[in-house]
Design a protein around this ligand. Structure first.
Ligand SMILES: Nc1nc2c(c(=O)[nH]1)N[C@H]1C(S)=C(S)[C@@H](COP(=O)(O)O)O[C@H]1N2
Ligand SMILES: [Mo]
Length: 322
């Protein structure tokens, strides 16, 4: 099938990491490469995962990185509990290897992909993306992985594949939160096929140059940077091409609050709060007067990726299609 993907992206100048920092970072990443791709076969969290700089223009932001400590200790992963500290505390029981992902549904070549094969499917890239949670906070994370389209295209989706559904692991023996009824398990999310095939949509295996920690969705998760964080499903075990719009776990839980699209949009409020501004994790630190002055940032249309993805929604009413 023919899938239209924009040929080239022009990142706005403010989005481009200054060349000097960029090169330093690239050198650091190249050093991982020189050590050999330890991460590709290593079973332990924290192992290095070799990557080269992103070739996807617009995928690099110059915002200061969230610290690795913050990004790995303040998490949403309800399979391990609803408190932000729960995933870091309890996700050690998740067994990210061995692991495989089933790709099925409306495609010519369904199959099961072992993690080892997935790690070698396409060159690993580092991409610095903003992550904006629907709750009103955000982070800036250097992910390691490659475009989701690299995997999807190998399955050869048919013309009936209008959407892609992602299913996370739901194993009570590894995930204590799955015993609770806080969500309808397994965690399910979905994208329209053109969103899923967009080069910015990323299949992620690592962060900060290391293999993904369990609490961040090991061994593989999505990063869809122009959408609220919950669209980026963690610890994925199944990818299914479907004709009808998938019903995500969050839409099931509260349809008026979490729509299918869930594109970051400062002009469309959540029913219970505005989405116009956000708190960047790490910027609110300080006590007393400093904390009072902690600034909130303006939330950007499509989380700052409008130039890259805006055309996916041309002509759509974004208030209706929230
Ligand atoms: N399976 C699963 N995926 C999930 C979630 C979850 O609870 N379960 N939480 C989502 C939400 S709300 C956010 S903001 C991001 C958080 O990713 P991070 O913890 O790596 O920052 O993961 C998303 N993916
Ligand atoms: Mo979120």
């Amino acid at each position: 099938m023919l899938i239209r993907v924009p040929a080239a992206f022009e990142p706005s100048p403010s989005e481009i990491t200054p060349r000097r920092l960029y090169l330093n970072r690239r050198d650091a990443l190249a050093a991982f490469g020189a050590l050999g791709s330890l991460g590709a076969t290593s079973a332990h969290a924290g192992a290095k995962l070799a990557a080269t700089r992103s070739s996807v223009a617009g995928a690099v932001v110059m915002d200061k990185l969230t610290t690795q400590a913050d990004a790995t200790s303040y998490n949403n992963f309800y399979e391990f509990g609803t408190d932000k500290a729960d995933p870091a505390r309890y996700a050690h029981t998740l067994k990210p290897r061995p692991w495989s992902v089933v790709v099925e549904g409306e495609c010519a070549k369904p199959g099961r992909f072992d993690l080892e094969a997935l790690l070698k499917l396409a060159p690993m890239e580092e991409r610095i993306y903003r992550l904006r949670c629907v709750e009103g906070w955000s982070m800036v994370i250097p992910w390691v992985g490659y475009s989701l389209s690299e995997l999807l295209k190998r399955a050869e989706p048919t013309s009936k594949a209008k959407y892609v559904e992602f299913t996370s692991l739901a194993d009570k023996s590894q995930m204590p939160g799955v015993r609770s009824g806080v969500l309808d398990w397994p965690y399910v999310e979905g994208l329209r096929i053109d969103e899923a095939m967009h080069p910015l949509a990323m299949l992620v295996y690592g962060m900060y140059g290391e293999v993904l920690p369990n609490q961040n969705g090991a061994p593989l998760r999505l990063a869809v940077p122009w959408k609220y964080g919950f669209k980026s499903a963690k610890s994925i075990v199944k990818i299914r091409f479907v004709e009808k719009e998938p019903v995500s776990s969050w839409t099931k839980a509260a349809q008026q609050e979490y729509g299918f699209y869930s594109n970051v949009n400062p002009n469309v409020s959540h029913p219970r709060w505005s989405q116009a501004t956000e708190r960047r994790i790490g910027e609110e630190s300080g006590s007393g007067f400093g904390a009072l002055l902690a600034r909130r940032r303006q939330t950007l249309m499509f989380n700052g990726y409008e130039a890259q993805v805006g055309q996916l929604y041309a002509g759509m009413d974004l208030k209706k299609n929230y």
